[in-house]
Design a protein around this ligand. Structure first.
Ligand code: DAH
Length: 340
């Protein structure tokens, strides 16, 4: 009985000295493992003389229960202390602002194109996609420029190693594709997309740029319809007060051909640095579709007529935001792109 009493005493003292869960684990093994002291004491019950056995057995069991409880309490106590420590030491300030997520955005060229699409959609124009890799036939010949026609000088061209295959120099060959696709139905489309020219890259000229072509074909389409469309576009895009001026010009695929100006968006026509003191900004080339082009598209010029126009959205964007270098559009400099 006295061995039992001292066993309990030492066990409790040692338990009190356990500072962490590892020590508690070792303590548990020492007293309750296979060869543990409490385990062994319980095994000894049989060896105790008959008369003392019940009392010894009861005491040994009591100690077993008491020490188990003391161990579980100590373990719970340690766990609680550990939680308190992590709560106070590893503080998490949930009121701190979160890390901002970088928002992407559309490239300014895409934004401008979409504005233009929206305006022409309002005017009843559908968007027609046409290829960027073209053949000489469609880029030039079917647009009324036979080989060696001097007008080809207006378009410096990237030729591929396959004879007759080139990168389109303008969106106008799309006119041929859409006409052959839809003939003899009436047409009212815009043809947007990238064009390529073999040019010296300067602040004013790039080797790649967008164009938005327009084409309307029907039985009584006139120059008046062209004028009305251009004026409606200019006013929706640049303000209701815009004035439009038309000058005669030359393109092989239109007859007559015109160049379209609008009054300067900065000075309203008085003359400033943007419009180079002229009061006018050039916004597009246009004209009535040439009979040869109509015929090449499958339309009988005696029955059908049409108008076409072509504009460069980068040029227009430069005017709007006073951008003085066209190279910034494809230079991928975030300092420029993130301003839009
Ligand atoms: N394709 C011409 C260019 O690249 C622009 C143009 C002018 C298109 C007159 C047209 C047009 O459809 O009618 O310079």
């Amino acid at each position: 009985m006295s061995t039992l009493a001292s066993l309990e005493k030492t066990a409790l003292a040692e338990l009190g000295a356990c500072a962490d869960q590892g020590a508690l684990q070792a303590w548990n093994t020492k007293y309750f493992g296979k060869q543990g002291e409490v385990t062994l004491a319980l095994k000894k019950v049989g060896e105790v003389p008959q008369t003392e056995r019940p009392a010894f057995g009861r005491e040994a069991n009591r100690i077993k229960v008491a020490l188990t409880k003391a161990h579980d309490d100590a373990l719970a106590n340690l766990k609680r202390k550990e939680l308190e420590r992590s709560l106070t030491e590893e503080t998490l300030d949930v009121t701190l602002p979160g890390r901002p997520v970088q928002r992407g955005r559309l490239h300014v060229a895409t934004q401008v194109l979409r504005r233009i699409y929206a305006i022409f959609a309002d005017l009843g124009f559908q968007i027609y996609r046409s290829r960027e890799v073209e053949d000489d036939l469609t880029n030039f010949e079917l647009l009324n420029m036979p080989p060696h026609h001097p007008a080809r000088d207006m378009w410096d061209t990237f030729h591929t190693e396959t004879p007759g295959v080139l990168l389109r120099t303008h969106t106008s060959p799309g006119q041929i594709h859409v006409m052959r696709d839809l003939c003899p139905r009436p047409i009212r489309v815009i043809l947007p997309g990238m064009c390529y020219r073999y040019e010296q890259i300067t602040t004013r000229s790039e080797i790649m740029f967008h164009q938005v072509e327009g084409l309307a074909i029907g039985e009584r389409v006139t120059m008046t319809d062209l004028k009305g469309t251009i004026v409606a576009f200019a006013r929706r895009r640049f303000g209701e007060e815009r004035q439009v001026r038309i000058r005669s010009s030359y393109f092989p695929f239109t007859e007559p051909s015109i160049e379209v100006d609008m009054d300067c968006i900065v000075c309203g026509g008085k003359g400033c640095s943007l419009c180079k003191r002229t009061g006018w900004l050039e916004i597009m080339g246009a004209g009535m579709v040439h009979p040869v082009v109509l015929r090449n598209g499958g339309y009988d010029p005696a029955k059908f007529s049409g108008f076409a126009f072509g504009m460069g959205p980068q040029r227009i964007t430069m005017l709007m935001y006073a951008i003085d270098d066209i190279r910034v559009f494809w230079a991928n400099d975030l300092r420029f792109l993130s301003q839009f």
